[in-house]
Write a protein that binds this ligand. Structure first.
Ligand code: NIG
Ligand code: FE
Length: 406
């Protein structure tokens, strides 16, 4: 049994957990001061040291004094595309000079450019690159990371990417938890059509990966010029028939009723949502589908941000993730992004923290983490600061500390 004692502040999010991450007030942060936590494979006690039962104290084998630290539920980045080769720095400059993201993509750049960069690397090179990236995200305090495939865009190429993500998952588990999302339906290869690519590559490969138990979920880019609602329904219903959870990229460039379709398909999450209609938001509010907002992508593409308040006020479960990828958001720090976005999103502190912990966990189907309460998994992030307030106040400075180093 482990004991963390005298922690200056603990953000338990117990209130938020009880409300299923919706309709949150600042008091739902449920902060405890000078707090102790006892855990083994799950959290057994949260409260004052003097209240720990004697029988529990006797079984403590390892303890740490954290009087100079703040502890939060583990930060989760529930949407990344961190397996890619090459970079698109040139495209970013072109866009700053006036070029348009979708125009660049149509001319063979964009995702297709990153696909060439990815497929040019050997398995070992790609694995090493991803290890560096996983370590970097973890250095910010992020302990659960979702990684999507999608820059291979062919049967063998996508099979390779899903396998490399699986290898990353095995290497980093359990300290860093990696979720492997299959997103071969990320763009349509040049010589193909969306229908042909779904039938001849995405579905047969999904069958193979599912039988090999390599992937955790299936995602698709639902957008004009990529995949339409018929493609989305076909692929995701197939995934559901294989008992795999589903997710979508929806309503990014325009409202295509993507979020509505995602909630009808019982998606774990639907992400981007820059142009989602009130009708779709209503559907999300009565479903368990998490709305994942990706502020970094809005900034990086110079687009108007999602109207977060519409989602929050309707009682939708809202998460924030980085969308870290080479083209539409080359920023990998979800805490920085959430801290920058919160004032414009007009999120209160409970909404902000829930978005990058509890609701982000739910966006990955992980219901046993995301708050510091009895029975939950002991997955924490630790910061060497005096208060929760100072974490989000210090935009972009890194105060995360590895618990094992203390
Ligand atoms: O989530 N929207 C689709 N996919 C990525 C962008 C990928 C890229 O531009 O390389 C995203 O933003
Ligand atoms: Fe994405």
């Amino acid at each position: 049994m482990f004991l963390l004692k005298n922690i200056r502040e603990v953000l338990t999010l117990e209130g938020s957990d009880k409300k299923d991450g919706r309709n949150l007030l600042p008091s739902d942060l449920s902060i405890l001061k000078d707090c102790s936590i006892v855990f083994d494979d799950q959290i057994r006690f949260v409260g004052k040291y003097s209240d720990i039962p004697d029988s529990m104290l006797k079984s403590i084998t390892n303890e740490k004094d954290l009087k100079n630290y703040v502890l939060t539920p583990e930060l989760v980045d529930s949407h990344t595309h961190l397996i890619f080769g090459g970079n698109r720095a040139k495209e970013y400059s072109m866009r700053l000079n006036g070029a348009d993201y979708q125009e660049i993509a149509k001319a063979g750049g964009g995702i297709l450019e990153s696909s060439r960069g990815t497929n040019a690397l050997s398995d070992e090179e790609l694995f090493e690159l991803c290890c560096e990236r996983v370590h970097r995200l973890n250095s910010y305090g992020v302990g659960t990371i979702e990684i999507k495939s999608g820059y291979g865009l062919g049967f063998n190429e996508e099979y390779r990417l899903s396998n490399i993500i699986n290898k990353l998952r095995n290497k980093f588990s359990p300290k860093i938890q990696i979720k492997n999302t299959y997103m071969a339906a990320h763009a349509v290869p040049k010589e193909s059509t969306s229908k042909k690519y779904i039938d001849e590559v995405c579905i047969p490969l999904l069958d193979k990966l599912s039988s090999e138990k390599i992937i955790d979920a299936v995602d698709i880019f639902h957008e004009e010029g990529y995949f339409d609602s018929e493609d989305v329904t076909k692929l995701l219903e197939h995934a559901t028939s294989l008992n795999l959870p589903v997710k979508t990229h929806a309503d990014e460039f325009k409202d295509n009723k993507g979020a509505l379709l995602a909630s009808n398909l019982k998606s774990l999450s639907t992400d981007h949502l820059l142009n989602t209609s009130i009708e779709s938001i209503k559907a999300l509010s009565s479903s368990s589908t998490v709305a994942t907002l990706l502020p970094g992508t809005g900034y990086f593409l110079g687009k108007e941000q999602a109207n977060a308040r519409d989602f929050l006020d309707a009682g939708v479960k809202v998460a924030i993730a980085s969308d870290y990828n080479p083209g539409s958001c080359h920023c990998d720090n979800v805490l920085l992004l959430a801290s920058i976005a919160a004032p414009n999103y007009r999120m209160n502190m409970a909404e902000l923290w829930t978005a990058i912990t509890l609701n982000a966990s739910h966006a990955l189907g992980l219901k046993d983490q995301g708050s510091i309460s009895i029975g939950k998994k002991p997955r924490f992030s630790l910061f060497k600061l005096n208060s929760i307030d100072e974490i989000t106040y210090n935009w972009g400075r890194n105060f995360s500390v590895n618990l094992d180093s203390i």
